[in-house]
Design a binder for this molecule. Structure first.
Ligand code: DUC
Ligand code: ZN
Ligand code: ZN
Length: 487
């Protein structure tokens, strides 16, 4: 009789978002086909040796082979970015495909399809929409959606990206018609510009003033506004990179009240403070990201929200700009902070950091770690074959040694960067074996995958089963004008 399984992973502690149990799992043709206490056979048998077997991470926020609005290209392309992600325990990722003003969505996606073809792990895209013309809204976005690109990101700030409230309502309405989820970067543009002017006239332009220029209030105001706009249109919203307790509190309250709302925070807001921006010379520029990293009270409060379920995911927001003229310092080695590229790398550190400071430090459970790493992102972004360990799912898996202690260095990142903001951090726990659709892609610190081995995956609408929405009386036909919400 021919061997029914390609691979059996045995003697592991299988961890899902709901439970952990000792068991085996079997893989055939890239999919999980059995999960049981003991499974015999398998053309290849992998001994997990009691280590954790969990879904491979799904990185839902990364900037890969992406030009910023100012024209600066990220240091990582889909090869280096996906390799770095894989070393960090991820089996798939969803970077952004960014529209710049004047570009059609079809042109954007054609460009990213060429870039994405180099990935070693499975990938999809969130679209960034910066130029919502009639054609984009009613012809191109629906076409992208039909391809399984079911998430559109917008901004409330940056002159070349900010759509304004009315533009955002237009996108939200199109998203509603098609079942897409709108992601939003929330900072009050006028507050940031006003702060920039206050600092500039006083000559305060060193990196540390970046953190001063973007107050918590600016984020909180914009989060609240974006949520109210999405409630008006009654459509799902995802708040990216929440960096403030006030913002997280608004998210928690609105979710509790039923809004179709999802959110993430990122390791940098849990791990770093604005003191990092005050390092000597221009070192602080390495820690410039928006919204900015803040203070210890913020870290404690955000960890509390992570543990209490305010956030679906902890995402890296990997935005790799090297600390040279190709990245951070395109405007000069002593550029004022508003001209320094925004963002920091971290795709390989997201899961080790979250495991170490979350699970090992006792802040979250192993099940929460799985949910925050993969399962919730799969539900939110419609990755229907990923993020869970169950028969029929893609065999996207990571085997973790929960005890290995190590110190983070640039070499561990396997990216194209010249620094890691996590340099020197002590970490407990490491992904030892990572699989994507049954193929081993990283094993004991060695890359096993080939360039281009990853596949594009289309996605479904968000899982809204526990997000019913908030019915507005203005759109209740029985009470008002029989008005049905349309574009
Ligand atoms: N927003 C992001 O999501 N990433 C990098 C910079 C930014 O402003
Ligand atoms: Zn952003
Ligand atoms: Zn980002």
């Amino acid at each position: 009789m021919s061997e029914p399984f390609d691979t059996v992973i045995h003697s592991g502690l299988i961890a899902t978002a709901d439970q952990q149990f000792k068991g085996d799992l079997a893989i055939k043709d890239g999919r999980i086909v059995a999960v049981a206490e003991q499974i015999a056979g398998g053309a290849r048998r992998i001994d997990a040796g009691g280590r954790i077997v969990m879904p491979g991470g799904i990185e839902a926020h990364a900037h890969i082979a992406q030009e910023s609005a100012a024209g600066v290209m990220t240091a990582d392309d889909y090869y280096s970015g996906s390799v770095s992600a894989a070393f960090g325990g991820n089996s798939s990722f969803i970077p952004f495909a960014a529209q710049h003003r004047g570009q059609s969505i079809d042109e954007v996606l054609a460009n990213y399809d060429v870039r994405g073809a180099r990935s070693v792990i499975d990938y999809s895209y969130h679209l960034i929409v910066s130029d919502p013309t009639e054609d984009v809204l009613y012809d191109q976005l629906p076409r992208a959606f039909a391809r399984g690109i079911t998430s559109f990101k917008v901004f409330t700030t940056y002159d070349l990206l900010n759509l304004g409230d009315a533009g955002m309502l237009d996108i939200l309405t199109v998203a509603r018609e098609h079942g897409a989820i709108t992601m939003v970067h929330c900072e009050n543009d006028a507050m940031v510009k006003w702060m920039n002017r206050q600092l500039a006239v006083r000559g305060l332009t060193a990196p540390k003033y970046h953190a001063v220029s973007r107050p918590a209030l600016a984020e909180e105001e914009a989060i609240n506004r974006a949520i109210q706009l999405a409630k008006l249109v009654d459509t799902p919203l995802f708040i990216v990179h929440v960096s403030t307790p006030g913002g997280a509190e608004i998210v928690r309250r609105e979710k509790f009240n039923g809004a179709k709302l999802f959110a993430e925070t990122c390791p940098q807001y849990l791990a770093l403070t604005r003191e990092a921006l005050d390092r000597p010379g221009m070192e602080g520029a390495k820690f410039i990201c928006s919204p900015p990293v803040r203070d210890h009270e913020t870290q404690d409060a955000l960890w509390h929200h992570v543990a209490q379920g305010t956030f679906e995911s902890v995402s890296s927001d990997h935005a790799p700009y090297r600390a040279d003229e190709s990245g951070k310092f395109g405007a000069g080695l002593d550029a004022p902070y508003p001209k320094i590229a925004n963002g920091m790398p971290g795709i390989a550190m997201r899961l080790p950091y979250l495991f170490s400071e979350g699970v090992v430090a006792g802040r979250i459970t192993l099940e929460q770690f799985v949910a925050l790493s993969a399962t919730n992102a799969a539900k939110t972004f419609g990755c229907t074959a990923k993020g869970r360990i169950a028969p029929g799912m893609d065999a996207d898996l990571a085997i973790w040694d929960p005890e290995e202690g190590w110190t983070a260095t640039l070499a561990d990142q396997h990216d194209n960067m010249d620094y890691t903001p996590f340099e020197g951090m002590r970490i407990t726990g490491k992904p030892k074996l990572v699989l994507n659709r049954g193929a081993v892609i990283v094993e004991e610190g060695a890359l096993k995958a080939l360039e281009g081995q990853g596949r594009f995956f289309g996605r479904a609408p968000a899982d809204l089963r526990v997000r019913k929405g908030v019915a507005l009386p203005e759109f209740d036909p029985a009470r008002n004008f029989g008005v049905e919400l349309r574009r």
